[in-house]
Design a protein around this ligand. Sequence first.
Ligand SMILES: Cc1cc2nc3c(=O)[nH]c(=O)nc-3n(C[C@H](O)[C@H](O)[C@H](O)COP(=O)(O)OP(=O)(O)OC[C@H]3O[C@@H](n4cnc5c(N)ncnc54)[C@H](O)[C@@H]3O)c2cc1C
Length: 322
Amino acid sequence: MTHPFTWWDARTAEEAAALLAKKGAMALSGGVDLLGELKEGIRSPDHIVNLRSVPGLDRIERTDRGWRIGATAILADIAAHAELRKALPGLAESADAVATPQIRNQGTLGGNLAQRPRCWYYRSADFECAKKGGKGCPAEEGENRYLAILGGGPCHIVHPSDCAPMLVALGARLFLRGPDGARDLPIADFYELPSKNILCEYTLKPGEFIEAVEVPVALPRSTYVKLREKDSFDFAAAACAVAGKIDGDHFTEVRVVLGGVAPIPWRAGASEANLMKSTLADAIEPASTAAVDGARALSQNEWKIPLAKAAVARALRSFLPR
Ligand SMILES: Cc1cc2nc3c(=O)[nH]c(=O)nc-3n(C[C@H](O)[C@H](O)[C@H](O)COP(=O)(O)OP(=O)(O)OC[C@H]3O[C@@H](n4cnc5c(N)ncnc54)[C@H](O)[C@@H]3O)c2cc1C
């Protein structure tokens, strides 16, 4: 049976932060991810704070600094926003790549960025694992074919979000609200490897939640390529987000970020260096090879190394003149 909890409909961002500061409180937006965790019995909050009842938290607007997207904006609206898609094509593509139309109509951007991993051992109440506060990682000796090839250990989850790698590539900032006020940080700094924080992939102070995401428009060219086992809908087996500026035949600025292969969105700095030193056409092969520099396969997931390279190559080829 699900642990009983009190349901709170927050009316303002300040009220949401105050409610979330209660012991045993958790935020809920679309509920697509959290309700699964409650049903599995791997989370048992005493209070659930509904963020979708806060008016205006779902706004998508152009500001003088770029685009500000409220945390409860639903993924379908981000994907379908014509002006946003023109300015930030990769972001619209990443929102469109999430799951199914039904999930994109229910899931929010904040929930997508703060969703928890899909590792079978983490998701099943039948297994103990370090991410749930237990001991060890059963995936090391067990089923690990979808898990990390980069940045893993002592836990080997992959970050499941499609929007997070794209927002890292675009240089987005997260606006957090907490009982002590608001703060903002680069989205790349929100995520932490398991070697630093094994219990959660990100750090929020007590009562804090994501209020909005701000995306600059400094990198006009962007794309998101997602490779998955099942084409109808699936989490990424490997994905690549690229955002940059192109002058003639080469990038003058570029960020390359992998999804589905590491416990956090994985910035491929060596790929970026390759892209900055030669023409795009010449850099595609070395940049895609460099993206998996340092990759280490577990017993069943060697196949993800060439797949990640292919995702990078495919993303980069999309910038070649047609
Ligand atoms: C069948 C299925 C397929 C899926 N496929 C994909 C996929 O292909 N790609 C992908 O990216 N995702 C996928 N998802 C995962 C996910 O459910 C969705 O991406 C969705 O965006 C989650 O949003 P939500 O608003 O429903 O989150 P919720 O379930 O409401 O919340 C998710 C987590 O984030 C926390 N949270 C929610 N809002 C905030 C906030 N504003 N600030 C801080 N913390 C918050 C919650 O406490 C919870 O821990 C899939 C899920 C399912 C069930």
